[in-house]
Design a protein around this ligand. Sequence first.
Ligand code: DOR
Length: 448
Amino acid sequence: MKNSRVRRLKDAHPATVLFKGVRVVDPANNLDQEMDVLVEDGVFKEISPRIDIPDPCNLKVIKADGLWLLPGLVDMHVHLREPGEEYKETIETGTQAAVAGGIVAVASMPNTKPVNDNPAVTKYILDRAKEIGSCTVLPVAAITVGLAGETMTEMAALIEAGAVAFSDDGKSVRSSQVMRRALEYASIFDVPVICHCEDPDLSRNGVMNEGVMSVKLGIRGIPRIAEEIVVARDIILAEYTGARIHIAHVSTEKSVSLIREAKKRGVKVTAETAPHYFSLTEEILETYDSRFKVNPPLRTQSDVEAIIQGLADGTIDVIATDHAPHSPIEKDIEIDFAAFGMVGLETSLAVSLGLVRSGVLTPAELVKKMSQNPADILGIPYRGICKEEEASFIVVDPNAEWIVDSTEFYSKGVNCPFEGKKLVGRVELTVCRGKIVFGRGEYQWLVE
Ligand code: DOR
């Protein structure tokens, strides 16, 4: 039995709650202070230092000292695996995992089976999300048909069907000419192209970061230049075309500096990294455990430090999970043959809160990178914690200690790199589009 409850969005009750003395952190509305917050019928009715309601009979009143109330998180890099690989994850389980991790909107990557390269697949994803999802799903459509890197997809029709961005995630678009045309076309609609940066000729058959460690372990290496060459190329293409690009899962020091320099020149580039790239290094592969096999691979301590610096100075705009669930069939095998990927939806906030405790980011900066910035990059409306707006927010206990146990996850994926680790900071309650979709521990009853 899980010590928490989730609900589908369509079945969840509207929130009618008064929080007393909660720390509200919302950079979009310049808020970082203790407040009382009144939510009625799923709408923020009042946000002020003190709200006194003489007869709160129909109202749940929550004494929230020590808790934080944040805008719901937006994760712009998630693999939901549906359609086609429902044994790894479904829209239902993936969105349940999302809300358990405080995430109210996920961008779903197109490397499904079939690939999301036509409006029928995009519509299928949106319809399923409406039917069984616990949060908002924002489909990312493929740049090229079948992710084959050759023929561009019908971008206009895909946007019309509901796609919010384009990516061949899992692969780079090998041809610079196809990528150039894709950028030119996407810029007409002002939608971002999300770049998976990897030169397959350089990364070929690699399993972990190339270096002393890969030699020592006898595991084939993926050189850092496989990523950096394509980061450089895509920046040059964005600069030339004037299009907007977003660099996915940044993992190396040089990628960070290429992006930093490009931003200084005014190139329309944004970037994301994932919690495992600022909290783990290649050393962990000493265990030969396939859970730590991910693409791009875990790198070295100096890369970790450069990524942290990139997050601190604004070079890296977003923390996304790259949640990539796989089943034991693909993961509990020899590392050479195992699939790339790690799950992250249910641990990302807790791991990222480490950046606040170590003074790298303020709570407001963290919220920007996990909520406001990804929403802005994807071009979805974003109001934060604002009076008279539909409420999408989370309540977090920043000091709650817990041990990661993937058997407790809502995700079907158990390929978690933080299994058995103690993390600090936990989502207690998630309200998405006015509805209470997740409650943990003493907040479970709010979901019923
Ligand atoms: O490790 C990864 N897994 N990296 C990717 O780019 C794709 C992902 C997946 O789909 O499993």
